[in-house]
Design a protein around this ligand. Sequence first.
Ligand SMILES: [Zn+2]
Length: 295
Amino acid sequence: MPELPEVEALAAFLRERMTGRVVAKVEVGAINVLKTYDPPPTALQGLLVTGVDRHGKWLDVDVDGLHLAIHLSRAGWLRWSDALPKAPLRPSGKNPVALRVRLAPEDDEDPESPPGFDLTEAGTQKRLAVHVVKDVAQVPGIASLGPDPLDDSFDLDAFRGLLSGSRQQVKGLLREQSVLAGVGNAYSDEVLHVAKLSPYASAGKLPAADVERLYEALRTTLTDAVAAASGKPAKELKDAKRAGMRVHGRTGQPCPVCGDVVREVSFADRSMQYCATCQTGGKPLADRRLSRLLK
Ligand SMILES: [Zn+2]
């Protein structure tokens, strides 16, 4: 799933290619991705793209005051094309393309094959979400977002405020979008590894020094990831994300800091990775699913 750094890079990528251009057509391939119906997606047609922003893991294409808000979710992706297929996209259960945005062609472009993007979704779990709204605050998933960890105003005090009184485990807190916007399963693993903290540590009870280290780890990990992703074309972002990981998705490989093996705890629908030597005093964490299976 794309998280803050990838969505930030996607927003920049789209901003560069779309701002100042007119949306010619919005075609829907999978009607279930549309979470709003008024205004309809066709309302964007003929309007000028005035900006592209990011809110947490949401992309926000500002089309002259109307917003196309996109959440790629776990298996969704955005595919840019300098020359889209000529044939119109038709709604179909089998179509991997859920939505297509065609720009109005410019003089040097094939009028039938203009640039634009496709939103695709792999797999059977359909969670890609597209909203067309007059104000992004009308999207519940955006309205409820916590502070952005890369915002200038997000200082150590603000971070302390989020943790104080929390009964959550720190891993869960970091990826809770209403607490902190943009961090998901992958970057929370990375941040905790950099901070040398157990994912199970109680967020509200962390000693002051740990909170400070966690804050630094959060800011540096995300800042570095944004820098690594920025300027990359949309199609290279997934691989770039994977390549930049220290522990996430690297079960069985050596920890780049201490050489211990990267371990995993799996849940029904995801898993997390950590280094016992760096993060949990050398003790492997209980894997609830595994221990349940062994009983
Ligand atoms: Zn280690």
